[in-house]
Design a protein around this ligand. Structure first.
Ligand code: F6R
Length: 615
């Protein structure tokens, strides 16, 4: 939610900032802005409502004097609408100081009253301008020490924030701070960078430092200093960025989403790599941490959105293999009741970004109550893994499209691995050979679905461009996939869509079925359970009898569905726990093709941002 980039070094900063913002635009695209300290030591600023292209156009019309120190911001609006005035940066100290912000400053109203009473006039409706004004006041009152003033400001703020600031009296210096909101440092040669994530600077350096909670950083071309909020120096944790800039480019694909859907075989393969030894699943990162799994009598998986649907698949897998009860909790509901957790509970969090505030707060809450915590995350150096006892990284590579696809597949893969790993440690899985074989064959099977169904499903979607509502049904592990299919369609095509457990339909939702209503049904293989399969086929008959247009996703050779289906999408044969990774692919393609047929931007759907760092 909001992307932040900062630069100090020998090069003109504007292009570096704009390129960084282009890579961060997935975090928010309500407005964009940059501020630069030019060669004369003056601070220039430009900001525009709308996507980054509006800022670029404005800079092309009337250039801003360039310089070697700069900050840039792309916004997902919280306080104040998406206007030019509310865009960041915000200025203070007679427009000689610029500040950008990601997060929500919860005590902004009282600070604003305090500053207004001392004569400060505000231009915007944002909480950010309050922080800028406060910094201006502190800077003046301490005689011009930017770092000291910045420290005093962050100590007065409540809520979640990443802040970057610079002052024209201090060219070559950018200061930053973070609390419950992301910020990483990029280390260059004679230049340094700050970013909401490494995408901001990966084209310039692959060496990075992670900044901990409640820490302040100052960068100059040659030095990086990190302290806590009291000013005590702290050691930042170095890490290497494992992907290169090309991985975050479209590379000829019409959209990031199309590229990321196509990258799923690789995402699954990379997540499995190094975690299978012989016919066992052994996750090296969990080496020596058996007590996370042995002394527990309960698992809670917590996540939001798409990640919570991956969690539901994980529930089936972990219960089956590790024989321990698993609950799935939406992270934003979890800590607002009084959940029964303690040191006999393992709380597994799932987050692509590793920064989702709701999930982060759930992890902290779980830790405070003595639970063991493990995160499944796609972003190195992110906050959620740093707050957890253990982490299993998904290796999906950078996911830029707002709608999650390859990260979802990688999350399910990681959960399958975790279930088998836990089963081995707990002694409930004696022989994993068949499941390991299933795992290793997954990338090829996902590739096969992409190959054989891409055109068919895209055509189906283009015929349905005028559709106003689509339903999705599934049972067992097909149920979370029905939920995910509906979410994908809603978020990028703005069509009403709902996912249901197929058995639930007759308890109410079947009233929605009228002639022509499109319904996708995920049919489980009859090889796993003839009973479950036959129940789903009965559900299909029930909706068909009421005029539904039935689109079935079924395994190759399942002929039982043919008499009742208007369309059949085929997936390869796979073990019960592995089917979700195949069934989801046509639903992703369908959502993407339908949104494209409606002329919508599939990468940047309205009102959304990739990384939700507010509650
Ligand atoms: C939907 C989507 C969101 C995220 C959710 C959690 O396509 O991407 O529902 O899954 O906001 O995000 P992470 O995984 O970053 O915690």
């Amino acid at each position: 939610m909001c992307g932040i980039v900062g630069y100090v070094g020998p090069r003109p900063s504007q292009d570096i900032l704009l390129a960084g913002l282009a890579r961060l635009e997935y975090r928010g695209y309500d407005s964009a802005g940059v501020a630069v300290i030019d060669g004369e030591g003056s601070l220039g600023m430009r900001k525009k409502a709308g996507k980054l292209s509006a800022l670029r156009d404005s800079l092309a019309d009337a250039a801003l004097a360039d310089g070697n120190t700069g900050i840039g911001h792309t916004r997902w609006a919280t306080h104040g609408g998406p206007t030019d005035v509310n865009a960041h940066p915000h200025l203070a100290d007679d427009d000689r100081l610029a500040l950008i912000h990601n997060g929500i400053i919860e005590n902004f109203a009282s600070l604003r009253d305090e500053l207004a009473a001392s004569g400060v006039a505000f231009r915007s409706e944002t909480d950010t301008e309050v922080a800028a004004a406060l910094l201006g006041r502190e800077y003046r009152s301490n005689g011009g020490d930017l770092q000291l003033a910045f420290r005093s400001v962050v100590n007065r703020l409540e809520g979640a924030f990443t802040l970057l600031a610079m002052h024209q009296d201090h060219p070559g210096l950018v200061v930053g701070a973070r609390r419950n909101s992301p910020l990483v440092i990029g280390l260059g040669e004679g230049e340094n960078f700050l970013g909401s994530d490494v995408a901001a600077f990966v084209e310039h350096t692959r060496k990075a430092l992670a900044i901990g909670q409640d820490q302040i950083v100052s960068i100059t071309p040659d030095a990086v200093t990190v302290t806590d909020f009291a000013g005590t120096p702290v050691e930042a944790e170095p890490f290497d960025i494992s992907w290169d800039a090309a991985a975050a480019e479209k590379g000829g694909w019409p959209s990031f989403m199309a590229k990321e859907v196509a990258e799923q075989p690789e995402a699954v393969a990379n997540t499995i790599r190094g975690r299978i030894q012989g016919d066992q699943v052994i996750i090296p990162e969990l080496d020596g941490l058996d007590e996370l799994f042995t002394g527990i009598n309960r698992v809670i998986i917590t996540a939001c959105g798409t990640a919570s649907y991956a969690a539901l698949v994980g529930k089936y897998a972990i219960e089956q293999w590790a024989r321990v009860p698993v609950d799935v909790e939406l992270a934003h509901e979890f800590r607002y009741r009084d959940p029964v957790i303690g040191d006999d509970t393992l709380v597994v969090s799932i987050s692509q970004s590793g920064e989702t505030m709701d999930t982060l707060m759930a992890v902290k809450y779980a830790r405070e109550r003595g639970a063991r915590t493990l995160s499944i995350c796609n972003t190195q150096g992110a906050t959620i893994p740093r707050e957890s006892d253990a982490v299993v990284y998904t290796h999906a590579g950078p996911e830029v499209a707002v709608a999650s696809t390859k990260a979802f597949s990688a999350q399910i893969t990681a959960l399958l691995l975790l279930g088998l790993h836990m089963g081995r440690v707990r002694g409930t899985v004696q022989d994993a050979a068949t499941d390991v074989e299933e795992l290793t064959s997954l990338p090829d099977k996902v590739a096969k679905v992409l190959e054989t169904e891409q055109e068919h499903v895209s055509q189906l979607a283009s015929w349905m461009a005028d559709t106003r509502s689509v339903l999705f049904l599934g049972r067992h592990v097909g149920y979370p996939i029905a939920l995910e299919g509906a979410l994908k369609l809603k978020e990028i095509s703005y069509i009403h869509a709902e996912g249901f457990a197929a058995g639930e339909l007759k308890h109410g939702p079947i009233a929605l079925i009228e002639p022509g209503q499109p319904v996708f049904v995920l049919v489980p293989s009859p090889r796993h359970s003839a009973l479950v399969h036959s129940k789903v086929v009965s559900n299909i008959q029930e909706i068909r009898a009421r005029g539904a247009r039935v689109i079935v996703v079924a395994e190759e050779g399942d002929a039982a569905v043919l008499p009742f289906a208007d369309e059949v999408i085929r997936i390869p044969l796979a073990g019960a726990m592995f089917e979700p990774l195949l069934g989801v692919v046509p639903l992703q393609i369908f959502a993407m093709a339908l949104a494209t047929a409606k002329g919508l931007d599939v990468d940047q759907p309205r009102n959304l941002a990739k990384s939700v760092t507010v509650e």
